[in-house]
Design a protein around this ligand. Structure first.
Ligand code: ZN
Length: 151
């Protein structure tokens, strides 16, 4: 299992999904994980679909360790196309698993490739690496939806 998970993480690291900064976007953030030196620039594009705010795109550029870079790719795959509410729920599941110190294996049915990071939860130093892109996205989403309310 651990080997399979490492393979998934390496695969996303080598072939990152959705990488690159794109237009249009409503908010852009820059987040840093000083412990490891990981950095990410991330843009979020939210669109109303059937009256529901939907994550239409997440585009990003990053540098740092394989965990942080792979996590950004997995996050892109996991969240794009979901409603903002579903995407926040996915973030909640990922955060819960990664902060469980290895107690929570994660549910592959609802989490997809994100369960590959379950093993990372056992290494407190790497938890911030895995969370970096997800927290950057949460921040960007909050800014994007805040802006929409003032329009
Ligand atoms: Zn890192």
């Amino acid at each position: 299992m651990e080997d399979l998970y490492q393979e998934i993480i390496l695969d996303h690291y080598r072939n990152p999904q959705g990488r690159g900064l794109r237009e249009p976007f409503e908010a852009q953030v820059h987040h840093v994980n000083p412990t490891c030196g990981d950095e990410i620039d991330l843009r979020v594009h939210v669109e109303e679909r059937n009256g529901v705010p939907t994550v239409a795109d997440i585009s990003y550029e990053g540098q740092g360790c394989s965990i942080s870079q792979a996590s950004a790719s997995v996050m892109y795959d996991s969240l794009v196309g979901l409603s903002a509410e579903e995407a926040l729920a996915s973030l909640g599941r990922f955060q819960h698993m990664i902060q469980s110190r290895g107690q929570e294996a994660g549910d592959e049915e609802t989490m997809g490739d994100a369960v590959a990071f379950a093993g990372v939860a056992k290494y407190p130093a790497r938890v911030k690496c895995a969370l970096l892109p997800w927290m950057a996205w949460k921040d960007a989403l909050a800014r994007a939806t805040e802006g929409a309310e003032h329009d």
